[in-house]
Design a protein around this ligand. Sequence first.
Ligand SMILES: NC(=O)c1ccc[n+]([C@@H]2O[C@H](COP(=O)([O-])OP(=O)(O)OC[C@H]3O[C@@H](n4cnc5c(N)ncnc54)[C@H](O)[C@@H]3O)[C@@H](O)[C@H]2O)c1
Length: 287
Amino acid sequence: MKDFADKVAFVTGGASGIGLGIVKALIGAGAKVVLADLRQDHLDEALAHFRGRGLAERVHGIRLDVTDRAAMASAAAETEKRFGKVHVLVNNAGVGIEGPLRHATYDDWDFGLGVNLGGVVNGIQTFVPRIRAHGEGGHVVNTASLAGLVWMPSFMTVYTTSKAAVITLSECIRDDLAPDHIGVSVLCPGPVKSNIHQAGRNRPEKFRGSSGFAEAEAQLARRTVSPLWMEPEAVGERVLRAIRNDELYIITHGEWRDAFDQRTAAIRAAMPSEVNPDLIRSLRERR
Ligand SMILES: NC(=O)c1ccc[n+]([C@@H]2O[C@H](COP(=O)([O-])OP(=O)(O)OC[C@H]3O[C@@H](n4cnc5c(N)ncnc54)[C@H](O)[C@@H]3O)[C@@H](O)[C@H]2O)c1
């Protein structure tokens, strides 16, 4: 996709941090954008930002929990009613879930995987058929993390598992969407200035009672944003460029290159060197 003028984008978690940075870039390129977000305070603040710049007509806010499939379908219908056909889907909503693995409960797993992976699945299931149906092509961006590409400590297991799955999912769906001229990118940011430390606040009531991460989330909530972290607007511009060039991987930071090489080298070293050249061919023929 090269031209964003009057095209329509749907951005989950679009009212804060990286999502808002992406929204700003899309608006700057001429798109009309729906910000779909769990938090009304984030939506109010983000919409006021655009109103203050005379851009109220180009944005629309929808309060949405990405784990709610019926609400996602309603949001898609509302988007089409307000702006028309959707071309760009950005599955960006996520929670920075972390805590000691030995204390993790099913509620912690369900919360983390539900938003970070389930939200992406729900976005794809809801919007891709609609993008296919209008036949004009488009693009899907899924926000994962550099944490899904390198070895991470067990404290991050739920988060990293969800993000690694989003990377694989993004890689896999490409060949299915390409014939309909729908590109796919996976965004793997390093540290970016945002409200990601408010994971506990974004945890629904049903997942609070038996969480083993309450203490970790309280601690995370006190974490301050470092001036060394990237501005979300810079990430937004990077995402825009990737959509234009149909780049699969959007990696914001080079600082984890060695860590990535170490992991890749370890996996490669574990692979036997003797190979049967007929094996891959026979598997291809069986498809
Ligand atoms: N900030 C970073 O350093 C960083 C690094 C790597 C990946 N990420 C990923 O970037 C994405 C955006 O995070 P961010 O850092 O901008 O954080 P953020 O908290 O500033 O923004 C996330 C937004 O998603 C919303 N949200 C949370 N749960 C939701 C749900 N169930 N349904 C709909 N909206 C929901 C929040 O209200 C918030 O507005 C996440 O997927 C995160 O995992 C962030």
